[in-house]
Design a protein. Sequence first.
Length: 492
Amino acid sequence: MKTKAGAILSSIRIDRSLDRKISVQLYMGLRDIILSGGLNGGERLPATRTLASEVGVSRTTALDAVGRLVSEGLLESRIGAGTFVSHTMTGRARFTPPAGETGNGREPRLSPSALEAGRLFAERRRLPHRSQAFVTALPALSAFPMAQWARLSARHLRQDRDAVMGYGNPVGLPRLRAAIASHLNASRGIQCDPAQVFITGGAQQAFSVIAGMLIDRGEKIWFENPGAIGARNAFISRGAELVPVTVDEEGIDVADGLAKAPDFRLAFVTPSHQQPLSKVLSLSRRLALLDAADRADAFIVEDDYDGDFYFGDQPLPTLKSIDTNGRVIYVGTFSKTLFPSLRLGFIVAPASMVDAMAGVFSAALSGVPTWPQAVVADFIDEGHFATHIRTMRQHYKHRHKVLHEHAAKLGKHLTLERASAGFHTVGYFRNAALDEDTFVSAAGEAGLTLSGIGRYCLRPIDRKGVVIGYGAAAESEIRSGVEMLHRLFGTQ
Ligand SMILES: Cc1ncc(COP(=O)(O)O)c(C=O)c1O
């Protein structure tokens, strides 16, 4: 007898006369069913062999489509148990207008940048939320000192109600701004006044605020190619023209930026650990970038998302710490040093921008919740933050070593970069004919989260490979993940 899932899936129609690959058609059919709530979170999919025969495609095609949905987080593959619709999809049926509000049938008139964002980002992806090999964006959640966190949280909930329950200061809790300023001084060599620190809902909100303050439609932003996806989306959504600037062994190539867009308004960089290629911006490039920005009357966004976790040689000075002309807008986040669901980040504005930024925050943002800010401020002031960072540096250093030791057996297939900070790196395919998407899908089907380098590119680059996280998963998962990769390479 056919299961409910089997019956729904057999409604997928494959049209072989179309130009579109069969696996993509199947992927889109499955995705539409899941997004429209046809299959709910937790429902089990039939085995790929059954799915393939139900829809009339080969098993490889079914594996491809299912793997892609697993890597995007719509499906979850549990070893030995099968493939399930992700629980996060529960209740995510597409919006159907209530009766009586069907509109006039016309599309709403949106701003050009909203239309552009809708076109570019129509494919809804969920950010990583589960610690498994080789997820990139998550820190080692299992190593987080939850007991201390709970104690500090409880303390604030018991304290003065006005302090934690009334409207907060839109630019951020003063105690947290001061704690961040002193942490940055001690750890990143940045001397700033707490008044320069603005608390945001993660780095992502910081990028939107900065773009909103500085970018008019069509203005140019130098953007590392490949580069950070979240920042890219924020800037594009604000109507910026992103100029793809080459990243080489020394990080962003300033000469390439100057050749392509001498009239840039902003440069977005990840100097301590290039996202995703893992390079460190060399000192001479740092100086050249500061000089170029000064000459063009441009600003630099320094995204120091995981710079606290350096474990190589002595780290280079942050751009902000050597910026004498007020060009650098430094962005930090607690998503890596603490955990991402906190949604806490911050901007350190150049002194010349403080008043304007305070105005923007006061006018447009209602701030982030006070209580978690107070907990983080205590966490820093009582020394737990510095201890946690020191512990995690060793943790990531060790995981990096474990990954490299085990991945030695992949040497025939993959050139794994050495990182000196953070918790992800890249592996380049030795076989240039390998397709990133196909490989990522097959890995997803095997329960591994990988991202193709191509996803991060504004313009294709001449090397192919995958971004590999080593921070979040347990050592044993890294080991078995490498074994799976080994088998996958054997079958590609
Ligand atoms: C390059 C980069 N910057 C910043 C962040 C953090 O963003 P948020 O603070 O919004 O979680 C990430 C998340 O993975 C990232 O990859």
